[in-house]
Write a protein that binds this ligand. Structure first.
Ligand SMILES: [Zn+2]
Length: 262
């Protein structure tokens, strides 16, 4: 049996900000209680969210490696021990922290901007949802894009990605926003979680891909890297209707500093 909450991660996104993400394996209206524990002290209540799957802690005491921050999420009304996650940077693991900083710089300098549409896994069921089959009956439903949940996707966020290192395969590196036909494997760091079925948009909004699989890399339990395999979306697919705000299109048109052999 799958646990009620899985994939609970705490990613430092910038100084003082930690993004919490998790998967709630239930469509019930659970109330989730989020707490922060600093250096083994008393748990502080951050917030309560109903049926959510992410939360931004914008008052996290990060920035110091000497801080050990634990996050807890528990389900109200259920006598279960809380699910826990540690921030990658604050797990008293200097190697992972240094690695994370290096990757962030590398991606911002040489990576290309990508709009990430995260697929919703909870929310209001779409009218196309088939309770018996446990999924949408309509792969190209205009209301939920075949996800079975109204809207289908969260608002897009910008992440930076690079072609996956392919010294083993001896393939040239992906240029700004152009993903090679044959080999659509990209990587990003662990700051924002990428999931199967997420949609990636590059090249000013022109190219769209669907995530087929994500491989997590870590250094001693601190997530560091995500290797994302994706396929082209057909221009007739419902995901092509996902709208990108104009200011985001401008970001997507930016080129990285220069291309770089990895
Ligand atoms: Zn639908």
């Amino acid at each position: 049996m799958t646990a009620l909450i899985t994939d609970f991660f705490a990613f430092p996104v910038s100084r003082g900000k930690v993004q919490l993400t998790w998967t709630l394996n239930s469509l019930d209206w659970h109330t989730l209680k989020l707490e922060r524990v600093v250096d083994g002290g008393a748990p502080e209540l951050l917030d309560k969210v109903i049926r959510g799957e992410q939360y931004l802690d914008d008052k996290a005491p990060t920035g110091s490696l000497n801080r050990n921050i634990e996050y807890r999420v528990s389900v109200e009304g259920l006598e279960l021990p809380p699910f826990t996650a540690f921030t990658g940077e604050t797990k008293r693991d200097p190697e992972a922290a240094e690695h994370a900083i290096g990757q962030r710089i590398l991606l911002r300098k040489f990576g290309f901007p990508v709009a990430l549409f995260s697929v919703k896994s909870t929310g209001v069921r779409c009218s196309c949802y088939n309770v018996v089959r446990g999924r949408s009956d309509l792969d190209d439903c205009p209301k939920c894009k075949g996800t079975g949940i109204a809207g289908g996707y969260a608002d897009p966020r910008i992440i930076y990605m690079l072609g996956e290192s392919r010294e083993k395969k001896n393939v040239s590196v992906v240029e700004a926003g152009e993903i090679e036909q044959s080999d659509r494997v990209l990587w990003t760091n662990a700051d924002v979680k990428v999931r199967n079925r997420d949609v990636l948009v590059t090249a000013g909004g022109g190219n769209r891909y669907r995530v087929e699989s994500v491989e997590q890399g870590s250094i001693r339990e601190s997530p560091t890297r995500q290797v994302v395999r994706c396929i082209d979306l057909n221009p007739t697919s419902a995901e092509f209707d996902l709208e990108i705000p104009p200011e985001m299109i401008q970001i997507l048109q930016r080129q990285p500093g220069r291309s770089m052999a990895l």
